[in-house]
Ligand binder design. Structure first.
Ligand code: FAD
Length: 462
């Protein structure tokens, strides 16, 4: 018999329980059958992905194809029709997946499972992109957690299985790909000018993890907020696409003796944030694009205009904001501290509703993820669960001086400020030649806009 493994955001071969399930389903008394591994380019998702994410997906699929010995089949179209047709073509009795947990993914999977059932094909979900499946961590009353710290505690207590071994005797089917899909992926890969595309895939993810684990992890607790240092793992693009599973990382961290200091603990806590936000989205699907808490529903927001465009392009006149926004455009990635600073700037200095910024981030981030991104935005905007209070307004100058103390991060991304030494790069307006090379003046006065944000906040709260 033949079974189908449908890959979505689990583009790897190692530690993939659904692969074991597909192999198992393909085995009969007569011996092992074949598992067909397929990825479906779904126009509905493809169109909304943004160039950077599409390019990263294409590069990651290329790497996954190599990991599956050139046998990854790529098809194009609505999965509701593509999968039943493929199952018929191959005479497959089951389709295996990792469970999808976003609102759109859940809707789509429900429709695909129904279409397959009609065709007499079994739908089997095994595992998910998270250590603990979203929806599984509940409090004593059987309700979801609203606050991160107790969630993280219960999440650890819940625990997760050990990494899944590669199934023994696995045989992969050779299935024709759609030529149009292959071409589309190739074009997407060539269209984006991102530095890290050659580093896509599972092997690269594991290499990066090993480098980080044996290096920066020991100082992660202190360095993770420093935008100028290589203090974080930069694994988010791999986690997003499933080139590595968090369970693999957590298993590696479990041996406390190998990881002195609090780095390993802090890192596991950051992974827990990823799981928390997926859990929040599971219980509150509308929180993807609407305020989770209604307390700011009367807020007076500004329309999207020139100031937002300046923010998008990294031309606000606030060096650290501009460096970060240009890092996003150039690399498809931004440092976590800078995501908070730039999100605060849009929501509190420019008084714009957070979904406008969340959309821009999703359009450009390689790791763009609806749960982590949109709840990260809600955290900054003060509308989410366990969010930063609205009155916490990041000061873009002091944040820069603190988390880029020598100005290196600013100079790396803002060439017009390259002539200002050290921390002078954070306050060009204090230097006679600060704006000599075309760096823009500040588009707003932070102190004034902070007062304005608090005034609007008070008015909204009545
Ligand atoms: P590390 O510091 O090495 O952390 C390891 C992993 O932990 C990350 O890869 C990520 O999976 C997880 N993690 C760390 N911090 C967070 C967090 N605050 N929330 C959720 N997970 C976290 N993360 C995304 O993966 N995709 C997004 O689209 C995204 N958008 C964000 C938008 C805003 C406004 C904010 C404030 C945060 C956002 N984050 C997002 C979270 C965080 O900024 C990134 O995960 C992190 O910067 C990725 O870099 P890293 O892999 O080097 O992180």
């Amino acid at each position: 018999p033949t079974s189908i493994l449908w890959l979505r955001r689990d583009l790897r071969r190692g530690d993939l329980p659904a692969l074991g399930a597909a192999h198992h389903a393909a085995c009969s008394d007569d011996g092992p059958g074949e598992a067909a591994v397929v990825f479906v380019v779904d126009p509905a998702l493809w169109q909304g992905a943004g160039d950077a994410r599409r390019a990263w997906l294409a590069a990651s699929l290329e790497a996954a194809d190599a990991a599956y010995e050139g046998r990854l089949c790529v098809r194009e179209g609505d999965p509701v029709t593509v999968l039943p047709r493929l199952a018929e073509e191959l005479g497959a009795g089951s389709v295996h997946v990792s469970r999808e947990t976003t609102p759109a993914g859940r809707r789509r999977d429900g429709a695909v499972a129904a279409a397959l059932a009609e065709a007499g094909v079994e739908w089997v979900e095994t595992g998910s992109p998270y250590a603990v499946g979203p929806g599984s961590v509940l409090n004593g009353e059987g309700a979801p957690y609203k606050v991160f710290t107790p969630f993280a505690r219960a999440w650890r207590d819940h625990g997760w299985p050990a990494p899944a071994p590669e199934p023994e005797g696995l045989r992969l089917a050779q299935v024709r790909s759609d030529r149009s899909a292959v071409q589309r992926l190739q074009q997407a890969r060539d269209a984006a000018d991102l530095p890290d595309l050659s580093e896509a895939g599972e092997a690269a993810a594991l290499r990066r993890w090993a480098d980080f684990r044996d290096g920066a992890l020991a100082r992660y607790g202190t360095d993770r907020d420093r935008a100028d240092l290589d203090g974080v793992s930069r694994l988010s693009p791999y986690l997003k696409i499933g080139a590595v599973h968090p369970r693999t990382l957590l298993a590696d961290l479990a041996d406390g003796r190998r990881h002195p200091g609090d780095g390993a603990e802090r890192f596991a806590t950051e992974l827990a944030w990823r799981e928390f936000y997926a859990d929040v989205l599971w219980h509150h699907p509308t929180s993807a694009w609407h305020d989770l808490r209604g307390s700011l529903s009367g807020m007076d927001y500004d329309d999207v205009g020139d100031a937002v465009e300046a923010w998008r392009q990294g031309r606000t006149g606030y060096p650290v904001v501009d460096a970060a926004m240009r890092q996003l455009l150039r690399e498809g990635w931004m440092h976590n501290r800078m995501r908070m600073v730039t999100a605060s700037f849009l929501t509190k200095d420019l008084h714009v509703w957070w979904p406008v910024g969340a959309r821009h981030f999703l359009d450009h981030l390689v790791d763009g993820d609806i749960a982590s991104n949109n709840h990260g935005w809600q955290w900054v905007a003060g509308t989410g669960t366990d969010a930063s209070p609205y009155f916490r307004v990041f000061n873009p100058v002091t944040q820069g001086l603190r988390f880029d103390p020598h100005g290196d991060y600013v100079r790396r991304y803002v060439p017009e400020l390259a002539h200002l030494p050290g921390k002078a790069a954070h306050e060009p307006w204090k230097h006679a030649d600060g704006h000599a090379h075309g760096y823009p003046e500040r588009i707003v006065d932070h102190a004034e806009e902070r007062r304005e944000a608090l005034r609007r906040h008070d008015a909204a709260r009545g």
